[in-house]
Write a protein that binds this ligand. Structure first.
Ligand code: NAD
Ligand code: LMR
Length: 328
């Protein structure tokens, strides 16, 4: 049997947490042969801590063979101690009358503290996934607050957008999601993201040729994927949770266990590829192997794609400008 690994999850008593923890504990994220210790963080508020205890009781009651221990805490230094994986889900939601800039500032406080705690106490190889919105900029803040950890350890979740795009393409072509290869989503986890099926294939055939409908791409596909989060909030009265947890599992599993050459989308600090300035936390097509991701290189960026990539990059640059004073 393998040695247990430590998986920290923040916002553990929230909606996504409730869809996520049981799947991690059952081995869906890191494999059915990988024991885990869950280290769960919630805010120091009695109601949240009480709810967290309830979740821990339910985890106990599942008697998962792979779950070695569960720690519940309100202290990031306890939650991230020796963590091998950290899923930063908890974030300050946008309140009534709150502008995006206010949201950025409120979350900056949280992710500065958590980045610092990761820096101080986590494993030097910790793999960090930020889910809490605005996910890319929160991941950027955590990364900048952890100067002793490699920047490449910090990632943001674009996988939900990727999965949403897969299903829209499957529906349009009448094919199966599992047969779609080489799709990606560039940029920010926000309505500006650019879902790109130009390189995608289904059983070796070009998806672009199969669809052959640029009007659908620009006016149906991109808005459907980009505004899907808002459509779910409108329909459920709550933001996506099970699909977000599922995407987090996909992201971490693929990062840890490899994609066998297949493309997935991860929000990662740019290395300058495709003209994206270094350090910007940007959705890229990647493959993964031995716990490392690699950007898929050499893709042609046509005029249409460049326009969309510029829009999502500009938004990220604006978000970065709003919080960069923290690191001056
Ligand atoms: P939720 O409100 O149900 O749960 C969030 C939990 O986080 C709450 O229990 C809260 O107490 C906790 N929390 C807040 N600040 C914290 C902190 N500093 N430390 C620890 N815990 C903290 O929300 P949810 O539906 O679970 O969503 C969580 C976040 O994920 C939101 O920001 C949401 O917008 C985002 N989200 C992202 C994606 C994506 O694709 N990246 C998709 C869906 C939702
Ligand atoms: C989603 O894409 O479903 C979420 O990011 C929406 C949100 O604002 O929480």
């Amino acid at each position: 049997m393998k040695q247990p690994v430590r998986v920290a999850v923040t916002g553990a008593a929230g909606q996504i947490g409730y869809s996520l923890l049981f799947r991690i504990a059952s081995g869906e994220m890191l494999g059915k042969d990988q024991p885990v210790i869950l280290q769960l963080l919630e805010v120091p508020v009695e109601k949240a801590q009480q709810a967290l205890q309830g979740v821990i009781m339910e985890l106990d009651d599942c008697a998962f063979p792979l779950l070695v221990d569960v720690i519940g805490t309100d202290d990031p230094n306890v939650a991230f101690k020796d963590a091998d994986y950290a899923l930063l889900v908890g974030a300050r939601p946008r309140g009534p009358g709150m502008e995006r800039a206010d949201l950025l500032q409120e979350n900056a406080k949280i992710f500065t503290v958590q980045g610092k705690a990761l820096n101080d106490v986590a494993s030097r190889d910790v793999k960090v996934l930020v889910v809490g919105n605005p996910a890319n900029t929160n991941a950027y803040i955590a990364m900048k607050s952890a100067p002793d950890l490699p920047a490449k350890n910090f990632t943001a979740m674009l996988r939900l957008d990727h999965n949403r795009a897969l299903t829209q393409v499957a529906k349009k072509t009448g094919k199966q999601v599992k047969d779609i290869k080489n799709l990606t989503v560039w940029g920010n986890h926000s309505p500006t993201m650019y879902a790109d099926y130009r390189f995608a294939t289904i059983n070796g055939e070009s998806v672009k040729d199969m669809i052959n409908d640029q009007e659908w791409n620009a006016n149906v596909f991109l808005p459907t994927v980009g505004k899907r989060g808002a459509a779910i909030i409108e329909a459920r009265g709550l933001s996506s949770a099970a699909s977000a947890a599922n995407a987090a599992i996909d992201h971490m599993r693929d990062w840890a266990l490899g994609t066998n050459g297949e493309w997935v989308t991860m929000g990662i600090p740019s290395d300058g590829s495709y003209g994206i300035p270094e350090g910007v936390m940007f959705g890229f097509p990647v493959t993964t192997e031995n716990g490392e991701y690699k950007i898929v290189q050499g893709l042609e960026i046509d005029e249409f794609s460049q326009k969309y990539i510029n829009i999502t990059l500009n938004e990220l640059e604006e978000e970065r400008a709003a919080i960069d004073h923290l690191f001056a």
